[in-house]
Design a protein around this ligand. Structure first.
Ligand code: GRF
Length: 308
C-alpha cells in the first residue's frame, strides 16, 4: 500500500490516508489545511482490470467533494488493502434514495427496513407516487418520508411536472431512483438526468412477460397460461421504455401445476423483497460494475473478484 499511498500523496494534500477500496470506488481520507474530508472516486471495471495487472488507474472528479488523480499500483497492494480494511462501509458516504410506488409498497417497506437495519448503506429521502392515497404513500407519511406526487393530472393538480421532479430530486441530492410498483412510464428527462441510476423490479423473468400492460396479476396469469414451469422477479436498470433496460439480477421460482395467479404472485413477491434489497445493497456500496458490452454485474462483497 505504501507505493500507492505515496503516489496519491504526491497529487493530493498530505497526509492522505486510504479508507476503502472497492471494485468501483476508491475512497481516501485527506487532510487539507481547512478540514479533513473524505474523497470518493468512482472508476469503471475496465480500469480496475488494468489496475489489477499493475497498470495505471485514472480517476476523475465526479462531484464537488470528489477529487481526481492518477496513480499506479499493483494487484497485490490493492488486494492486501481490501483484505485488511474493516472500516470501509461505515466510512463510505451513505447513498440517498428516492422510491417510486403506485400501490401497497411492500418492496418499498422491505428496502426501508433493510436501510434501518444497516443492510442497505443508504437512506430513503423521498417517495414519489402517482397515487397519493396508496399504501406506499401512507407508509412514507407514517415514517416521516416526504411524498411527491407525479405526474400532474386532472385529479392531481398539485403534482409536479417531469422537469420539476428532476429539480426536486436534485434538491434532495438523490443518488439513485428505485421503482417499486410504479405504474407510470418514467419520462425521458428523468432517464437522462440519472443515467445508470434508476432501478425497477418486475415480477417475471424478463425479457418474458414484460412491457406495456404486463403488471400485477396480468403477469402471473400470462405466465401460468403459457405453461412456463419457472418464473421469478427481475431487477433491471430503467430506460425510456417499459421493462427493457439492462438486467441486473433475477431469482427463479417454480410455477406449480395447480397455481393460481395469486399464489404465484405471493411466491414471486417473497423473492422480490430479498432480491431488491440485495441489489440495492450492492448499488449503495458501489458494487455494481458494467461489463464492456453494457451488462451490469454485481460484485460479491465477500470476494471482490467474483462477479455475478
Ligand atoms: C411487484 O410485484 C413488482 O414486481 C411490480 O409491482 C409490484 C409492487 O408490489 N413492479 P409492492 O407495491 O411492492 O407490494
Amino acid at each position: 500500500m505504501e507505493a500507492l499511498g505515496s503516489m496519491i500523496g504526491t497529487s493530493l494534500p498530505s497526509p492522505t490516508k486510504f479508507i476503502h477500496m472497492s471494485p468501483k470506488c476508491l475512497t481516501i481520507r485527506l487532510a487539507s489545511r481547512d478540514a479533513v474530508s473524505h474523497c470518493k472516486v468512482p472508476y469503471r471495471r475496465q480500469v480496475l482490470a488494468k489496475a489489477f495487472s499493475g497498470s495505471e488507474i485514472v480517476l476523475q472528479k465526479a462531484r464537488s467533494k470528489t477529487w481526481g488523480f492518477e496513480c499506479r499500483c499493483s494487484a497485490q497492494e490493492m488486494e492486501s488493502y481490501a483484505a485488511t480494511d474493516n472500516t470501509s462501509q461505515s466510512l463510505t458516504q451513505r447513498k440517498r434514495l428516492a422510491v417510486f410506488v403506485s400501490g401497497g409498497g411492500s418492496n418499498f417497506k422491505a428496502i426501508h427496513e433493510a436501510a434501518k437495519e444497516g443492510l442497505v448503506h443508504g437512506d430513503i429521502m423521498v417517495l414519489v407516487t402517482d397515487k397519493p392515497g396508496c399504501g406506499g404513500a401512507e407508509y412514507a407519511r407514517d415514517n416521516q418520508i416526504p411524498v411527491i406526487i407525479f405526474p400532474r393530472s386532472m385529479s392531481s393538480p398539485d403534482a409536479v411536472s417531469a422537469a420539476e421532479l428532476v429539480a426536486t430530486l436534485r434538491n434532495f441530492e438523490v443518488d439513485f431512483l428505485l421503482l417499486a410498483g410504479f405504474l407510470k412510464l418514467i419520462p425521458i428527462e428523468l432517464v437522462q438526468a440519472f443515467p445508470r441510476s434508476i432501478l425497477n423490479i418486475h415480477p417475471s423473468l424478463l425479457p418474458a412477460f414484460g412491457g406495456k400492460g404486463f403488471y400485477g396479476l396480468k403477469v402471473h396469469k400470462a405466465v401460468i397460461a403459457s405453461g412456463a414451469r419457472y418464473s421469478g422477479p427481475t431487477v433491471h436498470f430503467v430506460d425510456e421504455r417499459y421493462d427493457t433496460g439492462r438486467i441486473v439480477a433475477q431469482r427463479v421460482v417454480p410455477v406449480l401445476a395447480d397455481d393460481t395467479a395469486e399464489q404465484l404472485a405471493a411466491r414471486v413477491l417473497h423473492q422480490e423483497h430479498q432480491l431488491y434489497v440485495e441489489v440495492v445493497s450492492a448499488l449503495c456500496e458501489d458494487r455494481i460494475v458494467w461489463r464492456e458490452d453494457g451488462v451490469p454485474l454485481i460484485c460479491s462483497r465477500e470476494n471482490p473478484n467474483k462477479l455475478y
